[in-house]
Design a protein around this ligand. Sequence first.
Ligand SMILES: *Cc1c(COP(=O)(O)O)cnc(C)c1O
Length: 423
Amino acid sequence: MTAHDPAAPAPARTVGAPASAASWTERYTGAVMNTFGTPKRVLVRGEGSYVWDAEGRRYLDLLGGIAVNALGHAHPGLVAAVTEQLATLGHVSNFFATPAQVTLAERLLEVVTPGGAPAGSRVFLANSGAEANEAALKMTRRHRPGGRVLALEGAFHGRTMGALSLTHKAAYREPFEPLPGGVEFLPFGDLAALERALGDDVAALFVEPVQGEAGVRPLPPGYLPAARELTTAAGALLVLDEVQSGTGRTGTWMAHHLPHVGGGAVPDVVTLAKGLGGGLPIGATVALGEHAAGLLGPGQHGTTFGGNPVSAAAALTVLDALSDGLLEHVVEVGDLLRAKLAGLGNHGVAEVRGEGLLLAVGLTAPVAAAATEHLLEAGFIVNPVREDALRLAPPLILTGEEAASFVDALPAALDAATAGAAS
Ligand SMILES: *Cc1c(COP(=O)(O)O)cnc(C)c1O
């Protein structure tokens, strides 16, 4: 045996030996901090819109890693891009520029606003949605020091202390107070309340064009264009959190490009993450126009990993796919899925809401958790985003047949959940 040979391939043992699902779950409980509860399945492999568990069972993944796996699992183009980038240059820190990082920032400026971002716009690349919003919150402090910051009831903007200060749910916030101050929550979609709250002491309004965690709730038509006018009049920034709704999820580049959602409103800042990297961690804070882009200067913000070439190469692959017909596919399959769900009639479905492939099946009874269990047993992954709603945020490559197979399985799961609730 010689000493460590740096040229030798590492032995492939980092993931450990195969084991049963039960033993993985036990080891999970023993080693992983209990912030998510006990996982329902141990997943070992994915391909296209499907994943497989440790017992070899297959599931249609209608959650897509929470609106992340835009190109599904093990997408050959994504695997090739990431592999090639990692084999060429994997990480260098932000003391240096890389072609992938620069190209990604340029591409984001092309797609963030129809027709391209206004002159002077710039991008900050981070690693997650919370970080993208954290940067935006810091920008608002620079825009109007000490100013009030407005967000909406039901808002979810992330879990870091700054992003958490913008997140509405008391159970997420209260254990961690005091949070960064100055944030006030306004009733969802209420323009009169917004008008009352705005003044020359307001630094910014944060909104999700479609509230994801609140149960897939699009803003009422007319809200965003009016909010744009009101924030402009008050000199406040309009920040759109498109972390979940952006990057093609709704069949347009950004959800606020949908005419009935955005009404042509151009925000000051757009935040992105989730689907942007197709599964690799990346976030972006896109500052529109010279003023917003200049709010953070040298030394005022930073990140070690943000914009690393591997994540940037993944994001470029996702953006290329969206340009090459995937946006149109999302509209087509989203419409089909919606129509099929609406066609189910009763079976406890109250409504179908959302846009593109960010949908919720609103239920007539609070049986979403039980329905999710029955669907899992039947080989379908969904998310009980509320006790009366199932969220669907599948890979954007989902086929019509795959969507139909889910709709065929849904009535039995809802019937079983309702029967369980009644007994
Ligand atoms: C998920 C989400 C976040 C937080 O993103 P992370 O990557 O989990 O930090 C922020 N905003 C919205 C709208 C989200 O859906």
